[in-house]
Design a protein around this ligand. Structure first.
Ligand code: FEO
Length: 406
C-alpha cells in the first residue's frame, strides 16, 4: 500500500495491527511505521519500516520506483522499527547515499555492516538539495535516543520528526483529519512515556522549530498531522514546561483496574488536581510498562497509586510498579493510595505499605488531620464501585493533594 500525500511525496510505510511489547509499551492499538518517498529529481526515502517487514516494504516500494533510482536514504533514528528495513532497501538501492547524524552513521554502519556504503553526515542546520526540494536537518539528541534528528522539507513545509510527535495507533486512515476516533490521549500518553523523560531536550527541540513554517508533521508512528499541526507543537510545549521554584508541579496518577471503576476515580482525582494548577499525568498500567512509568514517577513531584481489590490484594501490574519504586532514593515526596472496592478494599493498605517503604510521605487521614486539620476521610481513598458520592470525594481529594504540592 502506497499513499500519495502530495504531488511528489508518498507514504510507503506499514500498518502493524499486532499487540506486541514495544519500546517498553504494550501496543494495545498497534502502530504504524511511516516511511516516506520524495519523488524529486534525486528520489529520497525518509526512514524505513520495522525490521520484520523489510521484504514486503521493498516489494511494495517497487510499484512506485525502481529502487536503483533512489539517490538518498535519510535515517532520522536508528532503532529497528525505522532503520530495520534499511539493509533490504540499501541492497536494492545500490547507489543511494545514506544520510544521518554523525553518531547515527556510525551506528548504522556497525549495526548493518554498511561500512562499504557512502554516508552523508549532517549536522544541525545543514541542508541537502534533492533535486527540486531542499531538506534541512535538525539534530534532536535524546529524543529519544542520542543520534536522532528531524528532517524538514522546506518546499513542502513538512516536518519528518520520526518518533517525535508520534502516536502508537494502527491508523489505516493515516491522516489526523480523517481519524475515526479520539487519538489525542494516545498522542499524550506516547509523549509521557517516550519523550517526557527527556524533557530538557524537548525544550531544545522546540526552540529549533521556532520560525519554521509547518503545514504538516509526518512522524514515523501513527497519524500524519496535517490538520492543525501547530496545535501538536503547542501541546509538546505545554507538556514539557516546568522547572525552578516557580515551575508547575507535577503529579503522576497510575492504576490498574478490573472493571473500570478505578479509572473513573483516577479521572476525578486528575480533575481535582488540575483545578489547583498541578500538571497531571494519568497512566493505566494495562497499556504501559512499569519501568517507563516508574521513570516518569521519579520525575514527578508526587504520585497517586490506585488499584481495585481482588482476593484482598492489588490487581494488574501495581505490585510490580511498587517494587520498581523501592530504593529509588526519591524520599519524602507526597504519595497516596486509592481504589474502588466491592466488599473490602485491602489493595490500598498494601499500596500504602509499599509507598512508605520506598520512602514516600504517605498522605492519609492521619497525615491530613495532624498536618492540615482536614478531618474528612479523603486518603487513602476507597470508593465503593463507582458511586457518585465517592467520585465527588475523589475530586475533593485530588484538590487537597494538589494544594499540598503548591
Ligand atoms: Fe524509537 Fe519508534 O523507535
Amino acid at each position: 500500500m502506497n499513499i500519495k500525500i502530495n504531488e511528489k511525496v508518498f507514504w510507503i510505510g506499514k500498518v502493524d495491527n499486532r499487540k506486541v511489547p514495544f519500546h517498553r509499551l504494550i501496543l494495545e492499538k498497534g502502530t504504524t511505521y511511516n516511511s516516506y518517498l520524495l519523488m524529486t529529481d534525486k528520489p529520497t526515502v525518509i526512514d524505513t519500516v520495522d525490521i520484520a517487514f523489510g521484504k514486503e516494504y521493498v516489494d511494495n516500494l517497487k510499484e512506485l520506483i525502481n529502487p536503483e533510482d533512489i539517490e538518498y536514504i535519510v535515517i532520522n533514528h536508528v532503532e529497528p522499527d525505522h532503520a530495520g528495513a534499511l539493509p533490504a532497501l540499501a541492497a536494492r538501492a545500490k547507489k543511494a547515499k545514506i544520510v544521518a547524524t554523525g553518531l547515527g552513521s556510525q551506528l548504522l554502519k556497525d549495526m548493518f555492516k554498511l561500512h562499504h556504503r557512502e554516508f552523508i553526515v549532517v549536522k544541525d542546520g545543514d541542508t541537502l538539495d534533492i533535486g527540486g526540494k531542499t531538506l534541512k536537518f535538525f539534530e534532536t539528541p535524546y529524543l529519544h535516543t542520542e543520534e536522532t534528528m528531524i528532517t524538514y522539507s522546506i518546499e513542502d513545509k513538512a516536518l519528518f520528526p520520526c518518533d517525535i510527535f508520534s502516536t502508537h495507533i494502527a491508523a489505516e486512515e493515516l491522516f489526523n483529519d480523517l481519524a475515526k476516533g479520539e487519538y489525542l490521549e494516545d498522542f499524550k500518553v506516547y509523549y509521557q512515556l517516550i519523550m517526557s523523560p527527556h524533557r530538557p531536550y524537548v525544550r531544545a527541540m522546540l526552540e529549533k522549530l521556532k520560525g519554521l513554517e509547518i503545514d504538516m508533521i509526518a512522524p514515523s508512528h501513527g497519524y500524519i498531522l496535517r490538520q492543525a499541526p501547530g496545535s501538536f507543537i503547542e501541546l509538546y510545549d505545554e507538556m514539557s514546561k516546568t522547572s525552578d521554584n516557580t515551575r508547575q508541579k507535577s503529579v503522576t496518577i497510575v492504576f490498574s483496574t478490573m472493571t473500570g471503576n478505578t479509572t473513573k476515580i483516577a479521572q476525578r482525582l486528575a480533575k481535582g488536581l488540575e483545578e489547583t494548577g498541578v500538571k497531571t499525568s494519568v497512566f493505566n498500567l494495562k497499556n504501559a510498562d512499569v519501568t517507563e512509568v516508574a521513570e516518569v514517577i521519579r520525575e514527578s513531584d508526587g504520585v497517586l497509586v490506585g488499584s481495585s481489590t481482588k482476593y484482598a490484594d492489588m490487581v494488574g501490574k501495581v505490585e510490580e510498579l511498587l517494587k520498581a519504586l523501592q530504593g529509588s532514593g526519591d524520599t519524602k515526596k507526597p504519595a497516596a493510595a486509592f481504589g474502588s472496592y466491592g466488599w473490602s478494599g485491602e489493595a490500598i493498605i498494601h499500596i500504602e505499605d509499599y509507598l512508605a517503604k520506598a520512602g514516600y510521605r504517605v498522605i492519609n487521614q492521619n497525615y491530613l488531620v495532624g498536618a492540615i486539620g482536614v478531618d474528612e476521610q479523603l486518603f487513602p481513598l476507597r470508593v465503593k464501585f463507582d458511586r457518585e458520592e465517592g467520585l465527588n470525594t475523589a475530586e475533593k481529594a485530588g484538590k487537597v493533594f494538589g494544594e499540598l504540592m503548591n
